[in-house]
Design a protein around this ligand. Structure first.
Ligand code: CU
Length: 287
């Protein structure tokens, strides 16, 4: 019965359909190739550090994979719905089960996809958490509700709270090692243009390394609800040339700079201490 229902030209029609399906599947890939290296951003920020760009590219390729897999799945759903829709004169179609090649394929392909995503994530994450040796170190202390930046081996000290937005100065094109701590509760160190966020936790030292690719001033803020003025807990990251950074550091190595450092350190230590109930008003240190 079934074989007589097929028209004699059934095979060529099937061939044409397969060709059309292949063409549809190849379209997103062709679009990607034709667009060169300019992949869409998919709503993300490219970032101004070497690691943030790796994260960004990972996000781009994840999105491309999602578009291809989603498009393919959607096309299959449409194909099945239209190709096998009920026709007015049709009886119950031929019932099939245990199509081994199809079952193996839809088990192995998702596993391969997941392994691929996992491996790519691992490579980028390892880069993100690696701490290559560097001579540029900054100690960052988060407190309710501000930030204190000190530079080991130097008298440079910057601190401020809420909208005073203290400015962390770092050199461009160099690895900058950050030691992040909190003096009271959990805070979030977040720089939007660096695609980066990390908790500042009391009693825990979090370390990471930036390599900012261009000079400029970038906005940062606390991203962990930490109390009354959390929403105003801002800071800035000022990226300058290595020479300008050195000049800036050296400017603190004067008798006046050292005295100012000591005074600012005292004031900020009081301010960032959890034992001080009413925090003194802000007084800017050596900067
Ligand atoms: Cu906060």
């Amino acid at each position: 019965m079934e074989s007589t229902a097929l028209p004699p030209q059934g095979a060529p029609i099937r061939k044409r359909r397969t060709r059309r399906l292949r063409l549809i599947a190849a379209l997103p890939i062709a679009a990607l190739v034709l667009s060169g290296c300019t992949l869409p951003k998919f709503g993300a920020v490219a970032g101004d550090t070497s690691t943030s760009r790796s994260v960004f590219h990972l996000w781009q390729w994840f999105s491309v994979a999602a578009v291809i897999i989603g498009g393919f799945t959607f096309a299959l759903i449409l194909w099945a719905a239209f190709r096998y829709r009920r026709k007015s004169d049709s009886a119950i179609p031929r019932q099939v089960q245990y199509h081994l090649p199809a079952e193996v394929m839809y088990t192995i392909i998702p596993i391969l996809v997941i392994v691929g995503l996992f491996a790519a994530t691992l490579v980028v994450e390892n880069k993100e958490v690696s701490n290559p040796k560097t001579s540029v170190n900054v100690n960052v202390l988060a407190f309710q509700w501000g930030w204190k930046f000190t530079y080991p081996g130097s008298y440079a000290l910057v601190y401020g709270q809420t909208t005073q937005s203290p400015e962390m100065v770092i050199p461009a094109g160099e690895n900058v090692h950050i030691n992040l701590r909190s003096s009271d509760v959990i805070h979030g160190f977040y720089v939007h243009d660096f695609n980066f966020s990390r908790f500042a936790q009391p009693g825990v030292l979090n370390q990471f390394t930036f390599n900012a690719s261009k000079t400029g001033t970038f906005f940062g803020q606390c991203t962990q609800l930490c109390g009354l003025y959390h929403s105003l807990m801002f800071f800035k990251v000022k990226v300058v040339t290595p020479a300008a950074y050195q000049t800036w550091l050296n400017s603190f190595n004067t008798p006046a700079g050292i005295a100012a450092y000591k005074a600012a350190n005292n004031a900020s230590t009081q301010q960032t201490s959890t034992h001080v109930k009413s925090k003194p008003t802000y007084s800017k240190g050596a900067h």
